[in-house]
Structure formats: C-alpha cells, structure tokens
Design a protein around this ligand. Structure first.
Ligand SMILES: Cc1cc2nc3c(=O)[nH]c(=O)nc-3n(C[C@H](O)[C@H](O)[C@H](O)COP(=O)(O)OP(=O)(O)OC[C@H]3O[C@@H](n4cnc5c(N)ncnc54)[C@H](O)[C@@H]3O)c2cc1C
Length: 423
C-alpha cells in the first residue's frame, strides 16, 4: 500500500508517535501512524511534565485539554528516605512563572487520550492499530515498511517512534539498550486508600541507599501515583527473574515511615527493568529518522523522557514544514528531505543527549549509599536556596524575565561536565 509520496510514516503510537503525528498534521504534512497493539494505550501510572514541555503543549493547543485531568503540585520535594528528613524543595508555582509554563503531574492515559483526540480530529492523520512493523527498506525517494502480516506500507519519510526496543533504530545504528540494574514498581491507587504521611499536594522524591521512591497525585487529585525504584542485587547475581517483590520489600524495609507506608499500597504484579541507550550523534539514515525513546531512551530521573519525545515531534514538524508548502512541486526532493532532517537533528540530538547523560548522573546522586557520600549529598541539598534554579535553568528554561535572570536566558542545554558548576 502506498500512502503517498509526501506522507510521513510513524512507527509506534505512544506519546511520542501520536504527539509527532499531531504536530506534523498541524503543519500540513500527511501522516500515517502504525501501532502494533490492538489499541492506543498507556500503562497505568503517572507522568510529570515540566515547564519546558507544558509551554510547548500550550503552544500547540493541547495543554488546555490536559489541565482538567492534571494536578499542579505546589512543590517538588527532595527528602532522605532513610531518615525522613526533608532536604530541599523547588517552589513549582514560582517555577511556572519563571519558565512560562506550569509543572503538571497526570495519568499517562490522560496525556495519551488528549493526544489521540487531537490527532483524530486532524484529517491529515491516519491511525492504524494491529500494524506490527518488522522490516524497513529505504528506496532513496521513498521508504517501505513490512508488517508482521506481510502488508507493505510506503511513504516519503519513516519516523521510528517505536520505543526502547525500536525496530526502526536497527536501520540507523547497531547498538543495544543499556541495562542499569535498577528496577521500578509503579502504579496509581485511589488517593483515599493510601496511608499518606506526606503532603499530597507535593511531588516527593525520597532518596535512599541504592533506591528512591516518588509520590504525587494525578487525575485531579483522585488518584495517587507511586514509583519505587531500586538497584537489584539479584541482577548483579545474574538471576534471570531479577528485582523480585521480595527484594523490593527487603530494600525498603528499614526506610522512614512515610516511605514504608506508601510502599505497602504499591502493586507487585508488574515491574519495569530500567534501561536507557548510549547517546548517539545522528538519528537519521537516508529517509529514516528516530524520535522519543527510539532515539534517546533515558533513565527517568529527570522525568523528561515523554516530554522530550514531544519536543522531538515539535522540532520535526518545524523542520519538515517548508516541504509541505509546495507538495505538488519538487519540494520533497532528496536534497530538501535531507536538509529538513538535518535541521531536525541540529535542533534535538545534542539537547536530548544532554538530558540522557544528566539523567544518569542525577540517578547516581540520588542513590549514593556510602555514609560520607550521603552526608555530602544531603548537605548540598540542605544548603540549596529554594529559589536557586541554576541546576534546572538549562532544562526548564529559557527564563522569562531577562531583567532578573539574563545569565540564564538563551543558553540552551549545557554540557554535562559544566552542569554542576555554578556560574
Ligand atoms: C518509571 C518511569 C517513570 C517515568 N516518568 C516519566 C515522567 O515523569 N515524565 C516523562 O516525561 N517521562 C517519564 N518516563 C519516560 C517515558 O515513559 C518514556 O520516555 C515515553 O513513554 C517514551 O515514549 P515513546 O512514544 O517514545 O515510546 P513508547 O511509550 O515505548 O511507545 C512506543 C510505541 O510503539 C509501539 N511499537 C513498538 N514497536 C513497534 C513496532 N515494531 N511496530 C509498531 N508499533 C510498535 C509500542 O506498542 C508503543 O505503543 C518514565 C519512564 C519510566 C520507566
């Protein structure tokens, strides 16, 4: 089946794929999304979206649809999971003003459904489920994917938005996901069923030895999301079924009362081993490019993976928009496609790599277990002024008020080695 010589094929209908489809269509580009599952669906857990993402979602008109389902927490709190001490917090209401977008937490399904509704309303978007892409063939002036049932679908550009274990990525680079040896248990429960010893208006990150625990409300405050992450000794021991519920309970048993109380209501049926990818310098090969976890799977410690995939979609739409302007002419010639994909990469590859690398570093800081390292980490957090944003300006910025914060404006992502250096 040929879907048109000016059509973009997107493999994967997760947050990244649907977001990209919507944004491409809004720029006049026809898109077909191929999702292997029988329906567009997310896991039953929460998601944080920082101002750098909500600002962009506001710009494409999706934020207003999300806000009724979301929660705008007051604070992002960092606490020691062993002692229960609150160490530092970010004032999220102040941050919203500083960066020009709210910090929101919401159920993943609420975000996916909002993107799906918006994508379905676009005549230029075709959404196909039960389409499991297995092979990719680039013909120079078109790309064909072959699905598990033998069906072939051809378009002008292929975007791999097919997640951590992307099939499309194999067409671009020969590498493998990197296992961190950490595992996550997560889920939402009715808020009244959780024994809560912390303020539910907050996002709380409990940092413990080789583990952390995150809590925040979602769905207008009706549900409570919790994520328990720990370094698995079972993984290090080479156990196949590593990160068991027994190991979860043993890891958290001695922690502070609010953490133990929260953990008691976390589901034990499903767990997520934590993988990321090594950053790569190009996401593109010919007419095939990548987006979201397929391009830059990252550890979740900066809470940015889904958000970054949405930024990818926006950047791709910006880069391809000039091609849509003269579709009947020669606009989609090889040179223009190449230049457009180059623009997309210039906008996103280095920026996403910085988030990937910094995510790893951030996790290392949270999970220290040597007493002297814990002491130093906690002291650094305690000394941080609530309104000192130098650790997040590079990510959530640019800062809106150039008068007060001129040094932080327009610098874009900073390399990881300067990340902890105060200006
Ligand atoms: C514990 C945890 C907490 C997180 N918290 C946050 C957070 O707070 N904020 C945030 O922004 N991010 C967070 N993330 C990261 C975020 O979940 C991911 O980065 C994001 O979901 C990636 O979206 P995606 O669309 O790129 O990939 P995916 O969500 O993996 O979607 C890929 C889609 O492609 C489909 N697919 C796969 N292969 C094929 C194929 N061959 N053919 C057709 N379809 C295919 C899949 O079925 C799926 O629908 C977190 C991650 C974890 C694990």
């Amino acid at each position: 089946m040929t879907h048109g010589t000016d059509r973009v094929i997107i493999t994967g209908g997760g947050i990244g794929g649907l977001g990209a489809a919507l944004m491409l269509a809004r720029r006049g580009i026809p898109v077909t999304v191929l999702e292997r599952a029988a329906e567009f669906k997310e896991v039953g857990a929460g998601l944080q979206l920082a101002p750098n993402i909500t600002r962009m979602l506001d710009g494409v008109g999706v934020l207003a649809d999300l806000l009724p389902h979301a929660v705008r927490p007051r604070r992002l709190v960092f606490a020691n999971a062993a002692t229960g001490e609150e160490l530092s917090h970010l004032d999220l209401e102040d941050a919203a003003t500083r960066y020009g977008g709210p910090y929101v937490v919401l159920h993943r399904s609420d975000l996916l459904d909002a993107l799906l509704r918006a994508a379905r309303a676009e005549p230029m978007v075709t959404l196909l489920t039960d389409h499991h892409v297995e092979r990719v063939a680039d013909h120079g002036d078109s790309v064909t994917v072959t699905c598990a049932d033998g069906q072939e679908i051809t378009g002008r550009i292929l975007v791999g938005a097919d997640g951590l274990r992307s099939v499309v990525r194999e067409h671009v680079v020969d590498d493998e996901p990197v296992c961190s040896g950490y595992i996550a248990y997560r889920g939402v429960v009715p808020i009244e069923t959780v024994e809560r010893l912390t303020d539910t208006d907050d996002v709380v990150v409990w940092m413990g030895p080789g583990c952390h625990f995150v809590q925040y409300p979602v769905r207008g405050g009706k549900l409570y999301n919790q994520v328990a992450v720990f370094r698995s000794q079972e993984y290090l021991d080479g156990k196949e079924d590593w990160g068991s519920p027994a190991e979860l309970d043993a890891t958290y048993a001695e922690l502070a009362a609010p953490v133990v109380a929260g953990l008691s209501s976390i589901q034990r049926e499903n767990r997520w081993p934590m993988y990321d990818r090594e950053p790569i310098t190009s996401w593109t090969n010919g007419n095939v490019t990548l987006l979201g976890d397929a391009a830059h799977a990252m550890l979740q410690y900066l809470a940015q993976g889904a958000g970054q995939s949405l930024l990818d979609g926006a950047a791709l739409a910006n880069a391809l928009a000039p091609l849509a302007e003269g579709r009947d002419s020669e606009r989609w010639c090889a040179g223009d496609v190449k230049a457009a994909l180059h623009r997309y990469e210039a906008d996103r590859v280095a920026a996403a790599a910085t988030v990937q690398s910094t995510g790893r570093l951030w996790g290392d800081i949270w999970h220290v277990d040597e007493p002297v390292h814990v002491l130093l980490r906690d002291e650094a957090f305690r000394r941080r002024d609530t309104y000192d944003y130098h650790l997040v300006d590079w990510l959530y910025g640019p800062v809106l008020d150039p008068g007060d914060h001129a040094d932080a404006v327009g610098h874009g992502p900073r390399p990881v080695d300067t990340y902890l250096t105060r200006k």
